[in-house]
Write a protein that binds this ligand. Structure first.
Ligand code: F6P
Length: 320
């Protein structure tokens, strides 16, 4: 192994820059050349690559976003696109590829590995924390803290006005962010894509809480479970209680990464390079019981990480 490529792919996540830095510095220290691939698979198939040395990643550990840019490439999903990507891998002499992204990006990595045999190592980078084989993905902690800061502020105004607030957070297919911020922010209920929600029961509970004199009520909704506006409208319609909506949206994807995200990104990035050097063909790094681990990247084909539904019950108990 002489030269590796590194890319960020899919939705950006705070801490991706710290991961790029760790990949570059570990690789350089181990005598490898590094090519930075811009805009994920889109950049790969168009040959948008540039050499990266240790100083090229100075001063980025604290920066949100990704200096390599990112993309969700429809072109790469076509057979022609994949053909172009594998040709670029050969033309640029790339022996190993570190992909920092979510499960969709891992599937892309697996496709190029199967097509041309290049070694791939996945680094879990998504605010969603939904990748199998790891208890943690880079960006989750920062995103949760961003949403939490907003919820704390919303609580102030909700309490002042005796209002119900619906707060919509990110998570198209999974409710990890919604559940974590619900527990940490003391939300009265969480609505997540993995579990069917019962609007009638929720409205009855809100009514009971109001009758008992509860001053505010926050319902957290993951964007993939329902539209926050629909939930708010139903609550108003059924209970007659004034309900407001706050959609936090992409604010959750930006900002300086937290200490945890910087640390995990650094550990994951370094481990990915070591995995390639150890001869792993198609691996993904992750965290299990506090330790960095490797597992076959094929695991992403078996679906996303199951949710701990006990956390939803915990939100319910805390709300009583
Ligand atoms: O995968 C990360 C994520 O932020 C999801 O939580 C969200 O559903 C999605 O990306 C939004 O994607 P986009 O930025 O392409 O709209």
């Amino acid at each position: 192994m002489r030269r590796i490529g590194v890319m960020t792919s899919g939705g950006d996540a705070p801490g991706m820059n710290a991961a790029v830095r760790a990949v570059v510095r570990t690789a350089v220290e181990r005598g490898l050349e590094v090519l930075g691939i811009e805009r994920g698979f889109h950049g790969l198939l168009h040959g948008h690559v540039r050499p990266m040395g240790s100083s090229s990643v100075s001063g980025i550990i604290n920066r949100g976003g990704t200096i390599l840019r990112t993309a969700r490439s429809a072109e790469f999903r076509t057979p022609e696109g994949q053909g172009r990507a594998t040709r670029q891998i050969a033309e640029n002499g790339i022996d190993g590829l570190v992909i920092i992204g979510g499960d969709g990006s891992y599937r892309g990595g697996l496709a190029v590995h199967r097509a041309c045999g290049v070694r791939v190592a996945g680094v879990p980078g998504t605010i969603d924390n939904d990748i199998p084989g790891t208890e943690y993905t880079i960006g989750f902690d920062t995103a949760v803290n961003t949403a939490l800061e907003a919820i704390d502020k919303i609580r102030d105004t909700a309490t002042s006005h005796d209002r119900v607030f619906v707060v919509e957070v990110m998570g198209r297919l999974n409710g990890a962010i919604a559940l974590t911020v619900s527990i940490a922010g003391g939300a009265e209920a969480a609505i997540i894509p993995e579990v069917r929600h019962d609007m009638l029961r929720l409205c009855q509970r809100i009514q009971t809480w109001q009758d008992r004199g509860k001053l505010s009520c926050i319902i957290v909704v993951a964007e993939g479970a329902a539209r926050g506006s629909d939930i708010a409208a139903t609550i108003t319609q059924v209970t007659g209680i004034e309900t407001r909506l706050a959609v936090i949206g992409h604010i959750q994807r930006g900002g300086a990464p937290s200490a945890r995200d910087r640390e995990m990104a650094t550990r994951f990035g370094a481990e990915a390079v070591c995995a390639l050097l150890d001869g792993e063909e198609a691996t993904m790094v992750g965290l299990m019981r506090g330790c960095t681990v490797r597992s076959p990247i094929e695991s992403v084909e078996c679906g996303s990480r199951p949710l701990d539904e006990g956390l939803l019950a915990l939100v319910d108990v805390m709300a009583t």
